[in-house]
Design a protein around this ligand. Structure first.
Ligand code: NAP
Length: 350
């Protein structure tokens, strides 16, 4: 029987990030001791919200400094843990000039570094890796191979490369490498969470996460003249965190999990904002013709090749396994967006 000792510390890498902060908070609320890695202990403003969450609830938070690219950096932090949740990985859509250095190395070498620490610790029974649906579907070229046109956990991104969609490529390489390591041993089990585009209220006032930056751009009127007709799988950050906890502590959790609530679109984000805040923001009211999407796309981190293959086309993901095996009940997309705007307003960030 696969059991986890809930009195042991849980290691969360990249604890101060947007998604990880919710994972840490939900663990703290349930009384766990969380060892959270951050790049610098000096940058207290990046993890103060986690210390506050620990002070307000039954759990405790221990910040530990660790960089993905420093070999052995996670070794001490993994000692004595039975659960390791590895979220740290750069998520960049725009501003990628050197994909190898900015995305691929930290994702791939970082994952191997963390798994090396897991192997050395000897105490770890479960590793939950924050992967992405980007490791399942890179672009519409992958859809051509899918018989029913709906992606499942059996599918892998085969269309991305360092030059075309480097972020999805980084996530695909990292997840594949993790499965290779996991299959070479039998002391710990790997479970992956593959979320869609994550949105929803942030626990910190940081605005550098791509998810948060995107919503702020909508509210600042950056896309008032229209958005590309881009469809994507979307999910609430609170649901993504709950998926990680279920993957960590449910004895029967295994394999990959698509974590997507429903189909989202760039125009759908604007419509959800307008519904709650009518007339308040200069929001896009239409999708751009494809020719104009080539002009606007790079502002969203979309390459011309991606636009050529994807704009105006639907994309669908089967989230059945996340509901049946992890017990997820998803928040609706409109509520996710609206709660996120409320948080940005409350924190004075728009
Ligand atoms: P985020 O807020 O930018 O978090 C990224 C985290 O990675 C931060 O904690 C960051 O540390 C850490 N990190 C980056 N480079 C590092 C390095 N060299 N050494 C140590 N830590 C490093 O983005 P996020 O959206 O929460 O993403 C978290 C995870 O979710 C990533 O694995 C991402 O691929 C995955 N994901 C995100 C989405 C989404 O839509 N947001 C969707 C699917 C999957 P600092 O705090 O020091 O910057």
């Amino acid at each position: 029987m696969f059991t986890i000792d809930k009195t042991k510390p849980v290691l969360v890498t990249g604890a101060s990030g947007y998604v990880a902060s919710w994972i840490v908070k939900q663990l703290l609320d349930q009384g766990y001791t969380v060892r959270g890695t951050v790049r610098s202990l000096e940058a207290k403003d990046r993890y103060r919200h986690l210390e506050r969450a620990a002070a307000a609830g039954p759990g405790s938070f221990q910040p530990v400094a660790a960089d993905l690219l420093v070999k052995g950096a996670f070794d001490a932090a993994a000692q004595g843990c039975e659960v390791v949740i590895h979220t740290a990985s750069p998520f960049l859509g725009v501003g990628v000039e050197d994909p190898q250095r900015q995305l691929i190395e930290p994702a791939l070498a970082g994952t191997l570094n963390v798994l090396d620490a897991v192997q050395k610790a000897g105490s770890v029974k479960k590793v939950v890796l924050t992967s992405s649906i980007a490791a399942i579907c890179g672009d519409n070229a992958d859809l051509q191979r899918i018989p029913q046109g709906i992606f499942t956990e059996a599918d892998w991104n085969e269309s991305s490369s360092a030059r075309h969609q480097p972020y999805p490529y980084s996530k695909t390489l990292a997840e594949r490498a993790a499965w290779t390591v996991a299959q070479g041993q039998d002391r710990w089990r790997l479970v992956t969470i593959n979320p869609g585009f994550v949105m929803g209220p942030s626990l910190s006032p940081r605005v550098d996460s791509t998810s948060i930056a995107t919503l702020r751009d909508f509210l600042r009127g950056r896309f008032a003249w229209g958005v590309p007709a881009l469809a994507f799988g979307a999910v609430d950050v609170r649901d993504v965190a709950a998926a990680h906890l279920a993957a960590a502590f449910r004895a029967d959790a295994e394999g990959r999990h698509i974590v997507v609530s429903e189909g989202g679109s760039l125009l759908g984000i604007a419509q959800a904002i307008e519904q709650r805040f009518p007339g308040r923001y200069k929001l896009p009211r239409r999708t751009l013709p494809k020719a104009l999407a080539y002009v606007a796309g790079p502002g969203f981190g979309l390459s011309w090749r991606f636009i050529a293959r994807n704009i105006g086309l639907p994309v669908a993901f089967d989230n059945t396994k996340s509901q049946t095996r992890l017990g997820l009940r998803y928040l609706p997309f409109a509520q996710t967006i609206q709660d996120h705007v409320e948080q940005l307003l409350a924190d004075g960030l728009v």
